[in-house]
Ligand binder design. Sequence first.
Ligand code: UDP
Ligand code: MG
Length: 351
Amino acid sequence: MKLSVVIPVFNEAEVLPTLFQTLRPVLDGLGCEYEIVLVDDGSKDDSACILEVAARADSRIKVLRFSRNFGHQAAITAGLDFSTGDAVVVMDADLQDPPELLPEMLAKYREGYDVVSAQRVRRDGETLFKRATASIFYAIMRRAVDERLQPQVGDFRLLSRRAVEALGGFREQHRFVRGLIAWLGLKEAIVPFRRQARAAGTTKYPVWKMVRFAWTAISSFSALPLKLSLYGGMGLTFLGVVYSVLVLYETFVLRTTVRGWASLVCIQLLFSGAILIAIGLVGDYVARIYEELKGRPLYVVAASTNLDAAAKPARAVSLGATIPPDRELWWNDVDLEKVRARVASVREVAR
Ligand code: UDP
Ligand code: MG
């Protein structure tokens, strides 16, 4: 059998040499054929250069280069589209997903599971705040997205070829790959692991990206926010009716209407806010429908190495450009000295 390892890469030059160093012995020890599909998601550092050097040293290292940053989920999708293994593992470049788990995941695959998910067992040092927000996130996701969504499972998973092909049928623009996998409902095994800190470099998921990601997860699977805004609107209307009765009573019986100015302003502000939020939610869904309708590609592959450049996955652009091996630096904007040092260390590893 053949195993594919799909790795999205966005500005990971710091960690790539360590990644190859750690991954290679594990893969060699599996005793099966393998390939590593690295997707450069529009990196601005010398990741592209390092990947290219590694790929030229070993034809099992395959590289896709996006024309710009299309996002983590698009990079995973492209990696899956171009992978050829009987089983495919998706993992992060930063070694937070330990390659040492691969033999165990592969064993589960051989038992007949289509999806083998690595579940993060909490680190002891995590704060109460972090644990609380994480459980709230997973509780909401399970309710809004799919109850088959496993808590504490990220994108570190093994998929059978069947599962990859099934997943390849989903070509939606706003993607939440975990949700799509849960939605498929295939036989899933869970392998627990301890998530460690990044081996090097910094996170490529700042808070705003995480919030956007969570919102994509919810809105691409559920109309729950729209329903909540409807229920909120109904509740407020009910309160409005009750208050109106009170106001009428004050006007005609007590004759003290002027007194209510402050509460009127508060209510006005509250209602305007609620209405704007509701319109905003509807607007966001409409915008997503609009983007979906245009049917634009999920990603653009500008160059590839050791891959079938002619492959044309649905709703994606592959420009079919394979970089000729004799062409050197097309990265004019990088620090050459740094690149040379890194390239030397990668060559060392590749040997
Ligand atoms: N990544 C990517 N495109 C992006 C952001 C991240 O391909 O726009 C990759 C990144 O290189 C890494 C993986 O997605 O391999 C996970 O990112 P990161 O480790 O920064 O996320 P965290 O573990 O901090 O949530
Ligand atoms: Mg990480």
